[in-house]
Ligand binder design. Structure first.
Ligand code: PLP
Ligand code: TYF
Length: 392
């Protein structure tokens, strides 16, 4: 019965993490997996999250089932965070999901049910996009995004490709902090992208996993708000894993803007998909998120903490660039400070990445992606000197 099951290839990012943990070099550096680390190199428990968690713990409530779509106070708070004042739109519906990944999967299942066969992904993109959409039955296709040789966004090629897609084609877009390249379009370039989406009647599937880590909480979601203001239909997966550091609590949401159909019908279909899959979402993480977002003081505390994370990432980008320059690294250093969010596509070759791991115990994801918050005041000089030595 199960004899056809062969060995499977481990996830490259997860297996890199395992290799890092098994490495006994005292000055090893983890620039692999996309987790935010603080200046001490530890995974933070945000003060806002900690306080919300304490409040919930004292309530001693029973653990009931939540609604299939998640608690209203979570859904409404997330909708306000994402869409701001436009959140009152009747054509908008938001459902709690199992992190951003769960939102992508649920959105994919809805698309499949509607007869969609393909999804267009940026090249490159988060590797799990390919897995999630393929397993859900959509064929992933790619569109041009980034030129790794020159460290530039391929904006003309991207717009040309979008302009040739058939009406109704689904296009996945990272609204900010593109994973893995860190290369985001400018506001003008976003306008051109949305112009093309509108003119060609494409269906955007936005994936916002890093709101607040790029240019700021409001700025990072601007392309989604612009799509809403234009009245375009779209899907949006949204994650609070990174910006609330709630990773394992699986807190995310799927939003749909569908101007031509009653939102209640769309919600009903999505609830049917959830019911037949995992029945309802977990509650603790989303209760924490709702407590943070719905309390004015905690909400402000969280915004300040997110801004501090963003600024630390930015400072580490600048420090790395400065040290690489000082060490005479043979690398296009400008791209590191042009890129935004958790990741930087350094342009290091696979061979250089392998040497950094084997000879220096510095762990990067191939080809040449670093997770910038893995850098600290303590390791940045060592990382810069090591990168310089493999690029000379
Ligand atoms: N989308 C992108 C682009 C990501 O990088 C990630 C996580 O790394 C996700 C979605 C998934 O987020 P979550 O951990 O909330 O499932
Ligand atoms: O580093 C990255 O790009 C992600 C991180 O359940 C990640 O793959 C790890 C585990 C997970 C979701 C995302």
């Amino acid at each position: 019965m199960f004899s056809s099951i062969g060995p499977s290839r481990p996830d490259p990012i997860m297996s890199l993490m395992e290799q890092y943990l098994a490495d006994d070099c005292p000055h090893k550096v983890n620039l692999g997996i996309g987790l935010y680390y603080d200046g001490e190199g530890t995974l933070p428990l945000l003060n806002s999250v900690h306080e919300a968690q304490q409040r919930l713990m004292t309530q001693e409530r029973p653990h009931s089932y939540p609604p299939i779509e998640g608690q209203a106070q979570f859904r409404e708070a997330v909708q306000r965070l994402i869409f701001g004042h436009s959140a009152q739109q009747t054509a908008l519906t938001t459902l709690q999901t199992l992190g951003g990944s769960g939102a992508l999967r649920l959105g994919a299942e809805l698309l499949r049910q509607l007869g969609v066969c393909r999804i267009h992904l940026p090249d490159p993109t988060w590797p799990n996009h390919l897995a999630i959409f393929s397993v859900a039955g959509l064929t992933p296709e790619s569109y041009p995004w980034y030129d790794n040789a020159n460290g530039e966004l391929l904006i003309d090629a991207l717009l040309d490709r979008l302009a040739t897609l058939p009406e109704g084609s689904v296009v996945l877009l990272h609204p900010a902090c593109h994973n893995p390249t860190g290369m985001d379009p400018s506001p003008d370039q976003w306008r051109s992208i949305l112009d093309t989406v509108e003119r060609r009647r494409l269906l955007p599937f936005f994936d916002a996993a890093y709101q607040g880590f790029g240019a700021g909480i409001e700025q990072d979601i601007a392309p989604v708000r612009q799509a809403l203001e234009r009245g375009l239909p779209f899907l949006l997966s949204h994650s609070l894993s990174k910006n609330m550091a709630l990773y394992g609590q699986r807190v995310g949401s799927l939003s749909l803007h569908c101007p031509d159909v009653a939102a209640i019908n769309v919600l009903g279909t999505l609830k049917g998909l959830v019911r037949s899959s995992y029945s309802c979402p977990p509650t603790f993480g989303s209760d924490i998120a709702a407590t943070v977002l719905n309390d004015a003081a905690l909400h402000q505390c969280w915004r300040d903490e997110t801004e501090a994370m963003r600024l630390r990432i930015l400072a580490m980008r600048q420090r790395l660039a400065t040290e690489l320059n000082a060490n005479g690294a043979g690398l296009d250093i400008g791209r590191i400070t042009r890129q935004r969010g958790m990741f930087s596509y350094t342009g290091l070759s696979e061979q250089q990445v392998d040497t950094l791991r084997q000879d220096f115990s510095i762990y990067l994801v191939n080809p040449g992606r670093i997770c910038v918050p893995g850098l600290t005041e303590r390791n940045v000089d060592y990382v810069a000197a090591s990168i310089a030595s493999v690029t000379r």
